[in-house]
Design a protein around this ligand. Structure first.
Ligand SMILES: Cc1ncc(COP(=O)(O)O)c(C=O)c1O
Length: 435
């Protein structure tokens, strides 16, 4: 691709344009020039957008937000025909049994609006699954709501609770929807930064973030992007911290089944002191290798669910009907979710083995389908620059972990997604051996 582009640049038109005088001798230089050009045009575009907003008297609610790093890296990966280990989605098909069930549901007439809170059978299947996994019962009618993916559940839970001035504690590096959503609602983001290699939470420091305005804490275990998990000891310290307060918890458990080495997922649902104040968010996209379906759910005690549904019904009202029916039938067989952990544990082990003769230092990965790696022994350039260079010079796309910090904290760590065909991982590792 770079060679093609270079040829096009050098042969376009007869007259010599000023930028053609640049001595473009290597692919790297061309990539650099393209990136600078891209950044320049983005800034010009942004200026015109702000100018238009100004003329229309619109005040942006998220002035600092631009295109996400995921879109930037995926676009660059496509331009350079790179292997894409950046975004968190599988490159293989989901179970054909599941897609057959969707066709069947459509033929069976599940084509009109589902009930506002979700398909009744699906909510019952989820309640049974929770009972089996965590030995706790939630009422499917009043405590489980089916959503358009985990992200909508997070948005809705925050929108239902956060008022202007409320403070929400998050742990960074963090999934990128938390902070903008809090800000959009007029809330304040309070950040506890975690650091490699184990990204553990210092609960004493968390306590220091508490003020009379603290309204919520967002947990995420197993964690994106670090692959770290919360231990039972973490949960007990958290209980100590919040008991006697009115602080609520939003527990993002979209990777609940992707947990390895015989560890048990420490859901907030296991602890009555946390359960009573928690929204738990799950994603069928992650569970069923079908991120494009954008379906998930939120579990919360009745009083919290009431508030959640007030927002949900005017946000999406209800979500995709045939897929809800299909998922219900599919998950009614526990084997269809119980085998996920061993499937991804094998992928994690295989990827780590493939990477063992590269110069990357692999961090622990206890859960999720992300493997973080330090490139300290390779160089000390910024992680954003290093990730770009991995695409343009070596043909592998990753995500720089600084993108998950509001302050762009750079520990020289990049994130790989290993939810890929073995052959994709093998090709990527072969390229990474050249780094
Ligand atoms: C931590 C975390 N939470 C939530 C989500 C969103 O899930 P969904 O795709 O179902 O909206 C993701 C997706 O990558 C995630 O990594």
């Amino acid at each position: 691709m770079a060679a093609e582009t270079r040829k096009r640049i050098l042969t376009s038109g007869n007259s010599v344009l000023p930028w053609q005088k640049l001595k473009l001798t290597s692919n790297a230089q061309i990539s650099g020039t393209l990136i600078i050009g891209y950044k320049l045009s983005c800034n010009v575009l942004r200026f015109f957008c702000y100018f238009r907003l100004y003329m229309l008297n619109i005040q942006s609610k998220l002035p600092g937000v631009g295109t996400t790093i995921f879109s930037v890296m995926s676009k660059l990966a496509a331009e350079h025909n790179a292997i894409n280990l950046s975004q968190g989605f599988p490159d293989y098909a989901c179970d054909p049994k599941l897609t057959d069930l969707v066709s069947k549901a459509m033929k069976d007439g599940f084509n009109q609006y589902a009930p506002m809170a979700g398909n009744t059978f699906l909510k019952e299947v989820i309640a049974n699954k929770i009972e089996k996994l965590y030995n706790v019962s939630y009422n499917p009618d009043t405590e489980i709501t089916i959503t358009a993916g985990g992200t909508q559940a997070i948005f809705t839970a925050l929108a239902a609770i956060i008022n202007p001035g409320d403070e929400v504690i998050i742990f960074e590096p963090a999934y990128d929807s938390y902070a903008p959503t809090i800000k959009l609602l007029g809330g304040q983001v309070k950040i506890h930064e975690l650091a490699p290699p184990d990204y553990h939470i210092d609960w004493d420091k968390v306590k220091k973030l508490f003020t009379p305005n603290t309204r919520m804490i967002i947990l995420n275990s197993p964690q994106n992007p670090t692959g770290s998990i919360l231990s039972e000891a973490d949960m007990k310290l958290l209980i100590k911290l919040v008991s006697g307060t009115d602080i609520l918890i939003l527990s993002d458990e979209v990777y609940e089944h992707l947990i390895y080495d015989g560890q048990k997922h420490q859901s907030v649902m296991l602890f009555s002191e946390l359960r009573e104040r928690s929204f738990v968010v799950a994603s069928f996209g992650k569970l069923l290798h079908a991120t494009g379906w954008k379906l998930g759910y939120c579990i919360a005690p009745e009083m919290l669910t009431k508030e959640f549904r007030k927002v949900h019904q005017f946000n999406v009202f209800s979500v995709n009907s045939p897929m809800q029916q299909a998922i219900a039938e599919y998950l009614n067989e526990p084997d269809n979710y119980n085998r996920i952990a061993s499937f991804f544990e094998k992928k994690r082990d295989y990827f780590r083995q493939l990477m063992s003769d590269t110069r990357f230092d692999l961090l622990p990965c206890k859960g999720s389908y992300f493997q973080c790696a330090s490139y300290n022994t390779i160089g000390d350039e910024k992680d954003t620059d290093f990730s770009r260079r991995l695409i343009t010079e070596f043909g592998v796309a990753t995500i720089p972990v600084s993108a998950f910090y509001q302050k762009a904290t750079d520990h020289k760590i990049i994130r790989f997604c290993f939810a890929k065909e073995d052959s994709t991982l093998e090709m990527a590792a072969e390229k990474l051996r050249n780094v």
